[in-house]
Design a protein around this ligand. Structure first.
Ligand code: SME
Length: 149
């Protein structure tokens, strides 16, 4: 297992912190370790509403604290159930801008008992920065996060 996965696992397994604190620490670790991750956060389904609510994050405050299903990259992943990698956000018509600095975005869904219950969202200030390894890491992470929810 890679070093970063070990560190993420130890955060998620820590008995000292509640779920919110663990997710906050996960955001901090990714933000610190991967230079082109410039906003890292979680969104979760808001109760029984078809909308996402912002959870723990690291990065500039965003206006998008609630995102209706279908809107933006995040809202599309809430209904597609698939990872969405956007190398250049300016090429996307259904995109919600958080910061003029954001150039690229990756959103990975989180499933619990087969239901799409949330996602991790990463913005980058670099065009086309995300590698196949990043995607694999984030998909692995979302599977691990799901186990503590
Ligand atoms: N850009 C996202 C909105 C969330 S912010 O990036 C934090 C989207 O299009 O859904």
């Amino acid at each position: 297992m890679s070093e970063i996965k070990k560190r993420l696992s130890s955060i998620l397994e820590s008995p000292k912190h509640n779920t919110e604190e663990k997710l906050q620490k996960v955001c901090h670790l990714l933000d610190q370790e991967i230079s082109y991750f410039n906003w890292t956060g979680f969104y979760f389904k808001n109760g029984d509403k078809d909308e996402l609510k912002l959870g723990p994050y690291v990065g500039a405050p965003t206006d998008h604290t609630i995102i209706p299903y279908g809107k933006g990259i995040c809202g599309q992943v809430a209904v597609s159930n698939e990872t969405f990698v956007v190398p250049d956000v300016h090429q996307e018509s259904n995109y919600l801008s958080c910061s003029i600095d954001t150039k690229a975005e990756i959103v990975v869904p989180i499933f619990k008992d087969g239901q799409n219950i949330g996602q991790i969202d990463i913005d980058s200030h670099t065009v086309d920065p995300f590698t196949a390894e990043d995607r694999e890491l984030l998909e692995w992470l979302c599977n691990e996060v799901s186990k503590i929810l």
